[in-house]
Each structure stands twice: as C-alpha cells, then as structure tokens.
Design a protein around this ligand. Structure first.
Ligand code: PRP
Ligand code: URA
Length: 209
C-alpha cells in the first residue's frame, strides 16, 4: 500500500513485545513508549529535506547538510498519544506541539472530541500525529479531519500497534497521509480492542483503572 510503512526493525519489535506483557508496569511502559517513538520517528523522518549550509570547522570552511524547509508540529491524540511526544521532541527539539482530545465511546466505539489546539499557522508545517493505537480508525480519521480543517496539508501518522481494520479505514479516507505502524496485529475483538494488542494504552501509560 502506497503511503503505508510497517516497521521491521528488531529493536522496535522487541520493545513492542515488552509493552504487550501484562506484567509490564506503568514506569517501564512509559519508558518503552517513548523509546519506540524515538525509533519510529527516526524511520518516519528519514525523508526530511536537507540543504547545504556554510560552516567553519576548526580545520576549514565547508558546506554541510542541515534540515531544511518545513518546520515540524507533533500532535498527540489525547490521552495515550502524550506518551510519544518526548520521543519526537528528542529528535526535533524545536517542534511545536498541538493537542487533539478524543475518547472512544465504550459502547459505540465512535470518537468524541473534547479538545483541539493546534499551532497557528499550520499550513507550512510537517505534522506528525502520534497515538500508540489504531483500532477501528475512528479516532485517527477524526484527528486528521481536524488537522485538515485547520489547514494542515503535509501529514504523517505514527501508531505503535495497528489493526488491519483501522489501517484500511485511515488509508482509504486519507490516502495522502503517510502512515507508520510499529506492528500490524491480527484484528479487533467484539469490544473493538486490538488482538493481541496491549490492552488500553491510556490506562497503562497513566496508571488509571
Ligand atoms: C485509544 C487510543 C486511540 C483510540 C484508538 O484512546 O489511544 O486514540 O483509542 O481507537 P479507534 O482506532 O477505535 O478510534 P481512548 O479513546 O481509549 O482514549 P485514552 O487515550 O484517553 O485512553
Ligand atoms: N484503544 C486502546 O488503548 N487499545 C485498543 O486495543 C484499542 C483502542
């Protein structure tokens, strides 16, 4: 699928397996989420444009490549996406941060918006949406809808675990968006949880429930 990138790096796979374990406690879970965000961010940002700039080393003057062009905005989908923000800002400390608050209705599984604050203007920025889980795809589709309504044009989404159902829905609704997935799981259960998944990402990051 064009614009869909499934990660294969062994470090990402190993850390996702550690996340899945039900014995993994909040502290370790948060650390792993952040480390995986760094590793996935490294992959997702490999097409950032470069430009040669003049630099003087202790030896001589030279032209040397630095990141050019678009500035970055990282947009976590609350709550669980917050766990991935530090991973991206470790790579790009100057990134602006937007927030989109969505929760899934436990019965209908439809997303409900409760907050949206994005960097303004956003048109010229590369926007990286982060959320550990892509299940039915309802939250991700809504998040990208909001960003496009605010003028966002260049959008990448990063998910640590995705279900095929959500990946298909997001890709079909927003085929221009580049989607990065740490691991593609088997599918959804009757409660729209990802199987085998890792349970409720927000609750595991924040120690709720
Ligand atoms: C989780 C997850 C995604 C969403 C995925 O958030 O972090 O945002 O569910 O499900 P979907 O693809 O079916 O929409 P949740 O709504 O549980 O909120 P939380 O992060 O506050 O726990
Ligand atoms: N949200 C989660 O946190 N986990 C799932 O498996 C599905 C949605």
């Amino acid at each position: 699928m064009e614009n869909v990138f499934i990660m294969e790096h062994p470090l990402i796979q190993h850390k996702i397996s550690m996340l899945r374990k039900k014995e993994t406690g909040t502290n370790e879970f948060r650390k792993l989420i952040e480390e995986i965000a760094i590793l996935m961010g490294f992959e997702a940002l490999r097409d950032l444009p470069l430009e040669d700039v003049a630099v003087e080393t202790p030896i001589e003057k030279c032209m040397t490549p630095m990141i050019a062009g678009k500035k970055l905005a990282v947009v976590p989908v609350l709550r669980a996406g917050l766990g991935m923000v530090n991973g991206i800002t470790t790579l790009v400390p100057s990134a602006k941060i937007g927030h989109i608050g969505l929760y899934r209705d436990p019965v209908t599984h439809e997303p409900h918006e409760y907050y949206c604050k994005l960097p303004d203007p956003i048109e010229q920025r590369l926007i990286v949406v982060v959320d550990p889980m892509l299940a039915t795809g309802g939250s991700a589709v809504s998040a990208v809808d909001f960003i496009k309504q605010h003028g966002g044009k260049s959008i990448k989404c990063m998910f640590i675990i995705a279900a095929p159902e959500g990946l298909k829905r997001l890709h079909e609704t927003h085929p221009d968006v580049q989607i990065y997935v740490g691991h593609l799981d088997r599918g959804l259960n009757e409660n729209a949880y990802i199987c085998p998944g890792l349970g409720d990402a927000g609750d595991r990051i924040f120690g709720t429930k």
